[in-house]
Design a protein around this ligand. Sequence first.
Ligand SMILES: [Zn+2]
Ligand SMILES: [Zn+2]
Length: 325
Amino acid sequence: MNIDLPGPQTLIADVPAFAAHARPAVLLRPAAGAPGPHDNSVGGPLLWPRDEPWPVCRAPHVVHKREKLSDQDKEIWQDCDRRMKERRRARGGGAYVMSEEDAEAQRRIMDGAGSLDMITWERIRTVSEAPAVPVPMIPVLQLRAGDVPVLPMPEGTDLLQLLWCPDDHSEPPGQRNYWGPNVELRFRAGGAVGPIRDDPPQPEHAEDVYLPNPCLLDPFRVVDLPEQDELPEELVETAQEWAEARDTEYARTLACLPGWKAGGWPSWHLTDLVPIDCAACGTRMRLLLTLDSGKDPGLNLGRFGELRVFTCPTDLSHPFRLNVQ
Ligand SMILES: [Zn+2]
Ligand SMILES: [Zn+2]
């Protein structure tokens, strides 16, 4: 983070009207390391009681099934392509146009599959399939509330743990419009954990992009502001002008600070603002965590995007929501 840039605090000091929209946040700043079970960590061992069942995933997984074409279908496909090329040549160039019959033949051969591998001549069909046996989840994030004082914590707890099933899931239970690892959150009292589980089970299959390299964290408290769509009309222009006058940008420099983060405001840089409402009570949910792609710890979420966890401000026991941006 470039500390020479005027930050959100400077903007709020200049224009106090922004204070009403500021939220505290903690940038987590993961860096490769060897965390222990008592540390704040990404991809580190969790402070997990030895006698407590380890979380498992039973949700359907996205599977890419390969189906070999018959020799006959492969020939039909190649004939269709050949005729299409010949027609183009006869016209002296231009667009490739397939006859209605040939297009129909290829549709039959695809049989609803998403793509065709023309080297191996296999149809690739993407389906959701429940795992044959429950899949053990893996530790992704552990935060001590004392070091990250922006976390809403249930009474008597001081440790937040996030685990996930490191595979693709299309809309796992409770997660509409979401594709990615299946997440589980635990709040616990660190002091109540007796003997620690030091041999958690491992999943047999994992997508590399969802396996974090172990990192230690360097929590850094900041103030975060919402993106312009979430500001009242009269502050939108002020934000823009204030940033421009200081040769900086409002989004992601003064607002919706990027990177691994607890609390603060979510950015909506790929889509318009998507209101995330609680499924249990309808309240607009608040950003709890942002998990980021890239360098340390080397994840790729969405297409090098962010995975955000939202919780209900009314009741923390209401189901959390996931969103990738
Ligand atoms: Zn799973
Ligand atoms: Zn709720």
